[in-house]
Design a protein around this ligand. Structure first.
Ligand SMILES: Nc1ncnc2c1ncn2[C@@H]1O[C@H](COP(=O)(O)OP(=O)(O)OP(=O)(O)O)[C@@H](O)[C@H]1O
Length: 274
């Protein structure tokens, strides 16, 4: 069963008239992870933000975005706000931008949970504490009393993953969640994403430049170039028998994880590289 079906998505800039996404159709199978790969500017983020309906107002979009059969592209902003967080959860590249810098993270977490659940403050605390411990964040109470700038990028990403665990969304969209992190934190955050999938069996869209990570985490891969999907297939098929020249080029140039990352991950953790 498909949890998400995107049909004929078009996104264009009303100011310049430039078409950013020409005519994109793809689906996400329930419980699976779809990676979107492609060079910078190929339209990966705009596609994901179109699903969340979070592109800037100067970008217009048409097409059908069916979440469990419901066309969310037709929803009002108010209705859409209810879907964000509870049904669709986005984890961004820079954890710092996801949090309000003027309040401690606990306030942000409680406000987010209060939008979707009628839990008491104590219930929220218990659930968040459990989820934070499960992503290896020690001293959750202390962390919740800190401002975002007092926490590292890796910690903020893990807090976002913990929040997703509590929200239990239908789909998690992760847009380069490890790019801004140092090598050790990248490793920890990737591990937490893998665990999240194992534990919740959630459906996921994962954007990454790092094809080593994609190979570890994704079931299917979709390749984008200049706003178009040029190839899509099972992860192993994309890596071993890509049809499109551009995909072959990406695989040959981008599969190599940074040497440091490889060392930290340990060769044994990687699926054999063909
Ligand atoms: N708000 C905007 N207004 C106009 N054009 C935009 C806007 N946001 C993105 N674009 C353009 O849309 C195209 C796709 O951008 P997008 O950010 O989706 O690429 P990407 O594949 O995610 O790249 P990266 O890997 O660098 O994040 C680019 O040409 C970009 O300049």
């Amino acid at each position: 069963m498909n949890i998400l079906e995107v049909k004929n998505l078009k996104v264009w800039d009303v100011n310049s008239g430039k078409e950013i996404i020409q005519d994109s159709s793809f689906h996400l199978k329930s419980g699976s992870c779809l990676a979107i790969v492609g060079e910078s500017g190929s339209g990966k983020s705009v596609t994901c933000r179109a699903i969340m309906r979070l592109n800037r107002s100067s970008l217009h979009q048409t097409g059908n975005i069916l979440l469990k059969g419901e066309n969310i592209n037709l929803l009002s902003e108010k209705e859409m706000r209810k879907k964000r967080g509870r049904n669709l959860c986005m984890i961004l590249q820079n954890g710092m931008s996801a949090f309000d810098p003027s309040c401690v993270v606990g306030v942000h977490l409680r406000e987010t949970l209060a939008e979707h659940f009628n839990w008491s403050k104590n219930e929220m605390e218990v659930k968040m504490t459990g989820a934070m411990e499960s992503v290896m964040l020690k001293n959750p109470t202390e962390i919740m009393n800190k401002y975002p700038h007092q926490l590292s990028g890796g910690m903020l990403q893990r807090i976002m993953i913990a929040l997703a665990i509590v929200l239990e969304p239908d789909i998690i969209i992760a847009d380069e969640p490890t790019t801004a992190l140092d090598t050790i934190s990248q490793f920890e955050v990737v591990e937490q994403f893998i665990k999240l999938r194992e534990r919740m069996g959630c459906s996921m869209i994962f954007i990454s430049h790092d094809l080593g990570v994609v190979r570890k985490i994704a079931d299917d891969v979709m390749v984008m170039k200049d706003g178009e999907i040029i190839e899509r297939g099972k992860t192993e098929a994309i890596f071993s028998e890509a049809q499109h020249e551009y995909t072959k080029y990406l695989v040959s140039t981008r599969l190599a994880l940074s040497d440091n990352f490889k060392k930290v991950m340990g060769e044994g953790l990687l699926v054999a590289e063909g």
